[in-house]
Design a protein around this ligand. Structure first.
Ligand code: G3H
Length: 256
């Protein structure tokens, strides 16, 4: 605790909490883009928060990405078995398997002695395919789970970087740049003012469902993600706990 305060991390945590009216901000030392120990520390803090905030039989929606994947190894140590149901927050299969939400939901369930519900769908559905899909009973079931999600654990990415990682079409890339999207989280793209300006057409948790959740864990670090994280924080729901690193936090406070 003393080291934390002396290094100024505690002060930055309070500053971010107050500015963005968040439930809590946790900043780990280092920069997770450069030092792998920092990413592991973020994962550890997120696992501890999940233990603290979850109740028996809660439904926990999780997104993809390497930061969320870094939580996996810490779950068996920190989570007491309480029948948590882990749900993939979206159906996307646009990334490497181990970074996909459905893979992560299964891995979390295994480590936390819970169960999981997954959804395998392409990341870029045509409008026609999307409209047909959402009528399927299995998709409706997922939407019901999203309606009753208690906790959401999600990453935040740089808009352009995420579009590139997902092999987005030229049309989608153009939309993202025209709309001046800066950040991305759970399939939504946000502009500098924190407004959702675009959403990937796939089945997944919606903003209004996310806002109903009891707790939100926004988990993202790295200096280069500062503007993306900042864009998301502008309108982040009050029940958000941000778990980030020194690299991102320092840049965010400079951009504020
Ligand atoms: O939505 C954001 C991304 O999933 C973040 O991915 O943790 O690998 O940077 P990352």
């Amino acid at each position: 605790v003393l080291v934390h305060e002396l290094s100024g991390l505690g002060e930055m945590e309070r500053q971010l909490e107050q500015t963005f009216k968040l439930a809590q901000v946790i900043i780990v030392p280092g920069d997770s883009e450069i030092e792998s120990y920092a990413k592991s520390l973020i994962g550890q803090e997120a696992a501890k928060q999940l233990e603290l905030l979850s109740q028996d039989q809660d439904t926990v929606a999780v997104t993809g990405g390497s930061t969320i994947a870094a939580i996996t190894d810490h779950l068996s140590v920190h989570i007491k078995p309480k029948n948590l149901v882990f749900v993939a927050a979206r159906g996307g299969i646009g990334e490497n398997v181990e970074l996909q939400a459905n893979h992560i939901a299964s891995a979390f369930a295994l480590q936390a002695s819970g169960t999981s519900r997954t959804l395998y769908l392409p990341d870029h559905l045509s409008e026609k395919a999307y409209k047909t899909m959402i009528k399927e009973p299995v998709i409706k079931e997922m939407m019901d789970l999203y309606d009753n999600t208690n906790i959401v654990i999600h990453g935040i990415g740089d808009a352009k970087e995420m579009a590139r990682r997902r092999n987005s079409s030229q049309q989608e890339l153009d939309t993202i740049s025209q709309m001046q999207a800066v950040g991305e989280a759970f399939g939504y793209y946000f502009n500098e003012q924190g407004k959702a300006v675009h959403r990937i057409r796939t089945v997944g948790i919606q903003l209004k469902q996310l806002k109903q959740a009891r707790h939100l864990l926004a988990v993202a670090g790295g200096a280069s993600k500062a503007s993306a994280i900042l864009s998301y924080l502008k309108h982040a729901p009050r029940q958000t706990v941000l778990i980030t690193d020194e690299g991102a936090a320092k840049n965010i406070t400079q951009l504020m």
